[in-house]
Structure formats: structure tokens, C-alpha cells
Design a protein around this ligand. Structure first.
Ligand code: HEM
Length: 84
């Protein structure tokens, strides 16, 4: 079963020490270990740390990237969603 987080939980994960989480659509992704391998560079990803990066993600990537990395990095979903 997938874990549920609040946007506040996610917002508290925006440093190397706490871990770096981002929201894409309804999912919560832990990119702490991925960030240095990010082909778009760590900086741009770090700027979205703790935030909803749905718009930015789909601007720069397609479904293929999500299919390849999503499952590996996903740690759960956000409890409150505008889409529910
Ligand atoms: C789970 C989160 C993310 C994953 C797994 C991911 C993965 C990738 C991958 C695999 C690429 C290589 C390009 C490709 O294969 O299409 C890439 C490029 C890139 N990513 Fe990400 N990314 C993530 C989040 C983000 C976010 C949040 C941003 C923006 C704030 C971003 C900005 C970029 C940019 C600017 C590029 C370069 C695009 C280009 O060269 O045309 N990424 N990313």
C-alpha cells in the first residue's frame, strides 16, 4: 500500500539532510539520490524541492521519463488533491 503525505510533509523535505521530495500530479517523489544524476542538472530540480512541480515536469519531459523513473522514485501520494 502506498503512503499518504500532506503538502506540508512534502514542504519539509527540501534539503539534503531532510531529503528532497517533489510532487508530480498526485504523487510524491523522493529525488534525494537521483538529483545528482538528473540529466537536466541538480539545480533546477533543487529549486522545486518540497513543492508541486507538476507543471515543470510535464513541460520538460514526457510520459516516457515518468514510465522509466516514476516507480523507482515514488514514495506515496498527497492526501489532499485538487483533482479529488
Ligand atoms: C522525478 C522527477 C524527475 C525526473 C525522473 C527527471 C528526469 C529527467 C530525464 C530522464 C531527463 C533527460 C531528458 C529526457 O530523457 O527526456 C531530464 C531532463 C530535464 N529535466 Fe528532469 N526530471 C525530473 C524532474 C524535473 C523537474 C521538476 C524539472 C524542472 C523544474 C526538470 C527539468 C529538466 C530539464 C530542464 C531537462 C533538460 C531538458 C532538455 O535537455 O531539453 N526535471 N529530466
Amino acid at each position: 500500500m502506498s503512503k499518504t503525505y500532506t503538502t506540508k510533509d512534502v514542504a519539509e523535505h527540501k534539503t539534503d539532510a531532510a531529503g528532497i521530495w517533489i510532487i508530480i500530479d498526485n504523487g510524491v517523489y523522493d529525488v534525494t539520490k537521483f538529483i545528482d544524476e538528473h540529466p537536466g542538472g541538480p539545480k533546477i530540480l533543487k529549486r522545486m524541492a518540497g513543492k508541486d512541480s507538476t507543471k515543470q515536469f510535464w513541460k520538460y519531459h514526457g510520459q516516457k521519463v515518468m514510465d522509466k523513473y516514476g516507480e523507482k522514485l515514488k514514495i506515496g501520494s498527497v492526501a489532499e488533491s485538487a483533482k479529488l
